[in-house]
Write a protein that binds this ligand. Structure first.
Ligand SMILES: [Zn+2]
Ligand SMILES: [Zn+2]
Length: 371
């Protein structure tokens, strides 16, 4: 079996070949990988840095104490069940088409014992990021059966691999702003959601927002790149606004609010989440509006606390989503006609080049490793 690994922090990625296929651990599963998404978060591990403040950086080992090298990235995994430890049950069999919920968390606390592993206070533990090797490999070991979810035949495996990360993150953000959008629609008949950043996550969010927000929701997109905005319109956005870097902050806020229903933006989902985008987003938001901060660009915002109190704004931090939300999402994707982002298939050997293109913003939509 072949895998692409990072031997040590900051080392270039190399393909390594093994004579044997891994066996499932106790209570676990081995999956023959069909597709693995190349995600923006993977770049943190390639560069070995997370930017947490305006200039403060920490290494991946400081961020994830369970991180081990050699590291095999890849947390967006779809494939076929190759082997299961113990008896096969009706809910999971060898040969099933599956995806993996990779956010294992500590597996040893009250949140993990219930269905809220993403509220876990324990050390981060996830497939393809920290503690367990990922899907940049022909076979992936999943330590626990319950993290493997079957998918219906109507969802192609390349689309399926994106569901547990990029799609789930956008869907979770939509569920957070949804009550606010519904409240304004009930009172005024219409409301506007602004999505900032129209890469793979933003486009998926646009689709899940369209499928799960009520009639009367106007969805507009903002980006610094006009061709990405054109793509967002092709994927169903009602309108878009170019956040041109040459414009002043005041002009950007004015232009954006003009695109909303009655000059108001009721909900915002920020997939960039930089000092610039988040502060502009908060100023675009109408009284009582909700904002979901998702991106990991890095930065800080200054907030007037009395004005914030009077704004009645709701602010949500989004870190992917729960396994129950992933189950809801599988149903939504199986039963709704969604237009996924443009997909490019690459080989395992081409993945490092795709990561570099992703870093330079040269990937339209999503690149997936095809096995
Ligand atoms: Zn991801
Ligand atoms: Zn836990």
């Amino acid at each position: 079996m072949k895998r692409l690994e990072i031997p040590k922090p900051k080392d270039p990625m190399v393909v390594r070949t093994f004579d044997t296929i891994p066996s499932p651990p106790e209570g676990g599963v081995v999956i023959k990988t069909a597709f693995c998404g190349i995600c923006h978060s993977d770049l943190h591990f390639v560069d070995d840095e997370w930017i947490i403040g305006n200039h403060d950086k920490i290494t991946c080992e400081e961020m994830n104490p369970r991180l081990q090298y050699p590291l095999v990235l890849g947390h967006e995994i779809s494939g076929i069940v190759h082997a299961i430890d113990g008896d096969e049950k009706d809910d999971l069999k060898v040969g099933d088409r599956v995806i993996v919920y990779p956010w294992l968390a500590c597996n040893n606390c009250d949140f993990c014992a219930t269905d809220f592993p993403n509220f876990c206070y324990g050390p981060s533990y996830s497939i393809g990021c920290s503690g367990s090797n990922g899907g940049y490999a022909q076979y992936v070991t999943v330590p626990k059966k319950s993290f493997v979810l079957k998918i219906p035949d109507t969802i192609p495996l390349d689309i399926a691999c994106m569901l547990p990360c990029s799609t789930l993150t956008g869907y979770n953000a939509v569920t957070k702003v949804k009550p606010t959008i519904e409240k304004f629609i009930k009172l005024q008949g219409e409301a506007t959601l602004l999505i900032i950043g129209t890469g793979g996550l933003g486009l998926w969010c646009l689709q899940t927002a369209r499928a799960s927000l009520p009639k009367g929701t106007r969805i507009i997109c903002a980006d610094i790149n006009q061709s990405k905005l054109d793509n967002a319109i092709a994927h169903g956005a009602d309108d878009c606004v170019l956040w041109d870097r040459s414009l002043s902050k005041d002009d950007i806020i004015k232009l954006t609010k003009e695109k909303g229903n009655n000059g108001s933006i009721h909900g915002v989902i920020d997939f960039v989440n930089s000092s610039t985008t988040a502060s502009q987003a908060m100023e675009c938001l109408c009284k009582g509006g909700a904002i979901a901060l998702v991106g990991l660009f890095g930065g800080t915002v200054e907030l007037s606390l009395p004005l914030f109190a009077f704004s009645l704004h709701e602010i949500y931090g989004i870190a992917i989503g729960s396994i129950n939300q992933l189950r809801e999402l599988i149903d939504l994707v199986a039963n709704t006609k969604l237009i996924p982002p443009d997909i490019t298939h690459v080989s395992l050997e081409e993945a490092p080049i795709s990561l570099m293109k992703l870093k330079k913003g040269q990937i339209a939509g999503r690149s997936l490793i095809k096995f």
